[in-house]
Design a protein around this ligand. Structure first.
Ligand SMILES: NC(=O)c1ccc[n+]([C@@H]2O[C@H](COP(=O)([O-])OP(=O)(O)OC[C@H]3O[C@@H](n4cnc5c(N)ncnc54)[C@H](O)[C@@H]3O)[C@@H](O)[C@H]2O)c1
Length: 414
């Protein structure tokens, strides 16, 4: 993307002035693939209860799809706002587990919508993390061949990533070669852009620390390619404010979400369906993810957690992405795409966040590399990696040198 194009896009990203309840911001997301589709992402503290009734539409109807992990006090104001706007509403509570991110749950949401006689003019409101957003979004894409979806993300990851861009999905469970069930992530889905997104950073107050750190891994990914995403100062901004983010300062969280949503919005506008043949397009957002996906499902790993104790068990997605970013930077160093020592500041930032920078119990580098070749983004069995290059940009490298990939994986061994 040229600098001029970036700047003109950046001008379209509006930040609003001070509002009741703290500073707020609005980022406009435009898409080329879906003509006329543009929507606002409203970001603020306390913004959800203020906005939800108006977005559904006074006198309208909505099915609220609610994450069972949300504290009880979170839903009351949303329901009162719906009542205040004379919205006819129903509710469907779902568990935010990958095993429940299934077509069965999508069907349950559709059945609830049909039971309350939700018509095509009605909407589905997703209140939760990325699991709930993906399932509710897919239900919204298929119920009556598509109804409006309002994404109200409540985890940091869902605010800065999953709720924006229109990807919706469910997992499939198949029988593996050993006869045991194997979960295939995001194997069915649809592009269905939301009608609106509301990121209420007040929701992050109850988000478990570990989930906050996982969301920050995606922010670090964006920061590593800030110049490519039209935000040259994103990395310096994040490095200088990480302690305030971890302390959940509302104004800093608004800025964090705004910068990250604006960055994602630019990528989505340029390459909505990840089909770009110019540069990496939306695939740039896979930075660190091919390594990460291979690490995510591994059993028998242990690492030092943010409190200094040992954590045992499978890595969460964000933790695996953080390690994946480190492995990607180290692969680039070995391929001379980045200068030696580029990994130091990244490892330092991940450590300050409390994300692991090394793991014990890692299988041999070749075993992990083999799992990377299983990644669904791999074409024809040949490894294809998004790797960082100088100037905060990335390059798609087909068949990277196996020794460089293996060494980068081995470097994660604690
Ligand atoms: N559609 C996309 O573009 C996209 C992008 C990235 C990730 N995803 C998907 O998103 C999912 C991961 O999302 P996630 O990280 O939000 O995980 P998640 O949805 O599993 O939520 C994590 C945990 O936090 C809880 N939670 C959420 N908000 C809370 C709050 N405010 N207070 C207390 N607890 C809260 C949930 O109940 C859950 O236990 C994955 O399924 C991934 O595939 C989708």
């Amino acid at each position: 993307m040229s600098r001029r194009k970036h700047e003109s896009r950046a001008r379209r990203v509006r930040a609003s002035g001070p509002k009741k309840g703290g500073r707020g911001a609005v980022v406009r997301v435009r898409t080329r693939g879906t003509p006329g589709a543009a929507y606002d992402v409203r970001i603020g503290s306390g913004v959800l209860a203020r906005r939800v009734g108006g977005l559904i539409g006074p006198g309208g109807a909505a099915l609220l799809v609610i994450d069972s992990g949300l504290p009880a006090g979170f839903i009351g104001p949303v329901v009162r706002a719906c009542d205040g706007a004379k919205v006819r509403w129903g509710a469907c509570v779902i568990d935010a587990r990958e095993a429940d991110k299934s077509l069965g749950t999508v069907e349950r949401v559709c059945v609830e919508a049909a039971s309350m006689r939700l018509e095509r003019g009605g909407c589905i409101v997703a209140l939760g993390g990325g699991v709930v957003g993906d399932v509710a979004g897919l239900a919204g894409a298929v119920y009556r061949r598509g109804v409006r979806v309002i994404q109200c993300p409540t985890s940091l990851l869902a605010m800065v990533d999953a709720s924006v861009g229109g990807k919706t999905a469910a997992n499939l469970t198949v029988s593996g070669q050993d006869g045991r069930p194997r979960l295939l992530k995001n194997m069915v889905g649809a592009f269905h852009q939301p009608a609106a997104v509301v990121c209420d950073v007040a929701a992050l107050a109850s988000l478990p620390d570990r989930e906050l750190r996982c969301g920050l891994a995606e922010c670090v990914k964006h920061a590593l390619m800030g110049p490519l995403l039209g935000d040259r100062s994103m990395r310096a901004w994040l490095e200088s404010r990480i302690e305030r983010v971890l302390a959940r300062d509302p104004a800093t969280l608004v800025d964090l979400v705004k910068r990250n949503v604006a960055a994602k919005a630019r990528v989505v506008r340029a390459d909505e369906r990840e089909t770009s043949r110019r540069g990496a397009g939306r695939a740039a957002l896979n930075l660190g993810h091919t390594f990460g996906h291979a690490l995510e499902g591994l059993a028998g790993l242990s690492w030092r957690n943010a409190a200094g104790g040992m954590e045992v068990g499978p890595l969460k997605h964000g933790e695996a992405v953080g390690l994946g970013l480190l492995a990607a930077v180290r692969t680039s160093e070995r391929l001379r795409l980045l200068p030696a020592g580029a990994d130091g500041p990244l490892a330092d930032l991940l450590g300050r966040i409390g994300l692991p920078t090394s793991v014990e119990g890692l299988p041999a580098g070749e075993v992990v590399a083999e799992r990377m070749r299983d990644d669904k983004k791999v074409a024809g069995g040949a490894l294809r990696l998004v790797l960082p290059v100088r100037g905060g940009r990335v390059r798609v490298v087909e068949r990277p040198a196996a020794a460089a990939v293996r060494a980068a994986i081995e470097s994660l061994r604690g």
